[in-house]
Design a protein around this ligand. Sequence first.
Ligand SMILES: Nc1ncnc2c1ncn2[C@@H]1O[C@H](COP(=O)(O)OP(=O)(O)OP(=O)(O)O)[C@@H](O)[C@H]1O
Ligand SMILES: Nc1nc2c(ncn2[C@@H]2O[C@H](COP(=O)(O)O)[C@@H](O)[C@H]2O)c(=O)[nH]1
Length: 202
Amino acid sequence: MTQTLSPNASLLPEATSEHSTSPGRLVVLTGPSGVGKGTLLKRLRQQHPDLYLSTSATTRAPREGEEHGKDYYFVTRDRFEEMIAAGELLEWAEFAGNYYGTPRQPVEVQIERGNQVILEIELKGARQVAQSFPEAFKIFIVPPSPEELERRIRDRGQDDEAAITRRLARSRVELDAADEFDLQIVNDNLEQAVAKLADVLL
Ligand SMILES: Nc1ncnc2c1ncn2[C@@H]1O[C@H](COP(=O)(O)OP(=O)(O)OP(=O)(O)O)[C@@H](O)[C@H]1O
Ligand SMILES: Nc1nc2c(ncn2[C@@H]2O[C@H](COP(=O)(O)O)[C@@H](O)[C@H]2O)c(=O)[nH]1
């Protein structure tokens, strides 16, 4: 049986002999670019490899060391637009000049199995998920200060100046929306932030 995760469907699959009786859970992790979302999740996954993270599709070019199918599905704009048209994305947004979106089917499969699925996504996507799946739990990662956020984006050394400017401009909008989330975690001390995230996700 395939449960379709249509926009207004419940995320609580019916129990059958094939599937877990415990409900799946959708968790959204948002926060400005460079705040450390990926770093936190990577740490947590080193400790708990079975945590399920959705792999997004994007039209952004791969950064050094990033792998297709692991970090992202790297696709062309044409392919991404086909995915939108075919309803293959649970949510999607344009961010800093590129498309990003969550492939629907793998999320549906995990939820159907009663598993927790984590979406690391930006604000517009988080709002789409909040509308479509009000039961989703939404976490916002906050930087210790705007200056520290800028330092992290720059020191990461992955974006050119134009991309940094776009990301920092967007970060101000995202920070203003932090109150829309169920929980805010300040990523100052990395280990403490990982521990707080672990409390919620495990
Ligand atoms: N608590 C922390 N203290 C200091 N540096 C940190 C901390 N957390 C993350 N960083 C550093 O900040 C930089 C940005 O982190 P990361 O790439 O995880 O951010 P992100 O939120 O996933 O960004 P994006 O949304 O653009 O993918 C990295 O160089 C990372 O090592
Ligand atoms: N709405 C969505 N946003 C996503 C998705 N995957 C990643 N993201 C967010 O995009 C920005 C930029 O990411 P980067 O890897 O280029 O630095 C960041 O905020 C991510 O959280 C997605 O599927 N949908």
